[in-house]
Design a binder for this molecule. Structure first.
Ligand code: GMT
Length: 377
């Protein structure tokens, strides 16, 4: 198998969300390894790297009076075909199936015999767990998966769900997510001061796009249970508008404990400043944020849903509770925050696990190997 640098395009949602972040990090790592990487999306992805061998191709969606809902799939597929032809791409790697995988299949059909474009689809979460159940999407997702050259997903949980919900017969390769922390640009004490964390207070950290399945109601229930028992602040890094959340925090009388920051890009600054991550989602295929914290030695408390138990282990690298059991979650958080030595041990074990299983060095060669295998067919 030749080891020449590859030319590939990555398509993802550009906004703050796990699949876009993963695609951006993958692009950065692939470019650093000498490959030529083209991002195709309606906006430049939130964490898209700068630098040589990285290009961005915007998809322009015009609005026509005729359409009640503007269509993105067709302009995306036209742009994919155009970039593939112009840059002689070897492959298109789409992150999140809807509508990216369908657009890719259409782009390949438009290119026809002129250009043999390989398509790899990576399933990230709600493209299977939510849309896969929707009769208006399910058959189109199944069609796109059956016509991709390879399918990957980010956890064993997601592989099983994809087979169960979509009946996909083709092999689905599990390639877990990875994270490679950059050096922080501020000191830990500077960030804690900026967030208003007193010297005797612990800092809990939650990062998400606040979508309903993140169950921010349960996050605030947990904070309310901890409030009379512990000195702490919870910082919420919101990847979406947070005005409603701020109002809810005030309504519940939690404003003295909850600090919200929107669209933070220097994420490592906040990761290293935290003592514990806190996540209360009802579903996560993986939960990249838990990994981001683990990578800098910070354990998380979460509900044991979806792929989360594949990422962190209860009592070894973090603490887990059954979904919705905020009392157990709060009790485990309290015990951990009262025992700094145990917290440090869990953090160190988490960092070692992140390095061994979920670092760029462990994961990116698996994508490269897959690309080369598919390109050679
Ligand atoms: O739900 C989100 O927060 C966004 C979503 C996405 O596709 O961007 O995240 C999914 O992909 C991430 C990266 O693989 C995973 O870490 C998240 O667990 C997953 N979200 C869900 O499954 C709900």
């Amino acid at each position: 198998m030749s080891d020449r640098p590859l030319k590939l395009a990555l398509t993802c949602y550009p906004s703050v969300g796990g699949s876009g972040i993963l695609a951006s990090e993958l692009g950065e790592e692939l470019a650093a390894r000498g490959h030529e990487v083209h991002f195709i999306s309606y906006e430049q992805p939130f964490r898209m790297p700068d630098g040589p061998r990285v290009f961005f191709h915007p998809v322009v969606v015009n609005s026509y009076d005729l359409f009640k809902h503007p269509d993105y799939t067709l302009p995306l597929s036209v742009k994919m075909a155009e970039v593939a032809k112009q840059h002689a791409l070897d492959l298109l790697h789409v992150h999140y199936a809807v509508p990216h995988a369908t657009a890719a299949i259409l782009a390949r059909a438009m290119l026809h015999e002129e250009h043999r474009l390989r398509i790899i689809t990576t399933l990230h979460g709600t493209d299977t767990t939510l849309l896969g159940r929707d009769p208006g999407y399910g058959p189109a997702i199944r069609h796109a998966l059956e016509n991709s050259d390879a399918i990957t997903t980010v956890s064993e949980f997601m592989r099983a769900e994809t087979v169960r919900l979509l009946g996909v017969q083709r092999p689905i390769e599990v390639i877990h997510n990875f994270f490679e922390p950059h050096a922080p640009s501020h000191r830990r004490d500077e960030i804690r001061r900026e967030l208003g964390v007193a010297p005797d207070e612990a800092l809990l950290l939650h990062l998400s796009n606040l979508r309903p399945l993140k169950r921010i109601d349960l996050l605030l229930d947990t904070v309310a249970l901890l409030r009379p028992r512990l000195a702490f602040k919870l910082a919420i890094l919101a990847g979406a508008d947070s005005a409603q959340l701020a109002a809810e925090v005030r309504r519940r009388g939690l404003a003295d404990r909850v600090v919200i920051r929107e669209r933070v890009s220097e994420i490592e600054d906040y990761l290293q400043a935290a003592d514990l991550g806190l996540f209360t989602s009802e579903m996560e295929s993986f939960c990249l944020s838990i990994l981001e914290l683990m990578s800098v030695g910070v354990p998380s408390a979460a509900f044991a849903v979806g792929g989360i138990p594949e990422v962190t282990h209860d009592g070894e690298t973090g603490v887990l509770a059954p979904f919705g059991d905020t009392a157990t979650l709060a009790a485990k958080i309290e015990a951990l925050l009262r025992d700094p030595a145990r917290r440090a041990a869990l953090g160190a074990a988490g960092r070692a696990r992140a390095r061994e299983k979920f670092s760029a060095a462990a994961i990116v060669p698996r994508y490269e190997e897959l690309y080369r295998r598919i390109v050679a067919t």
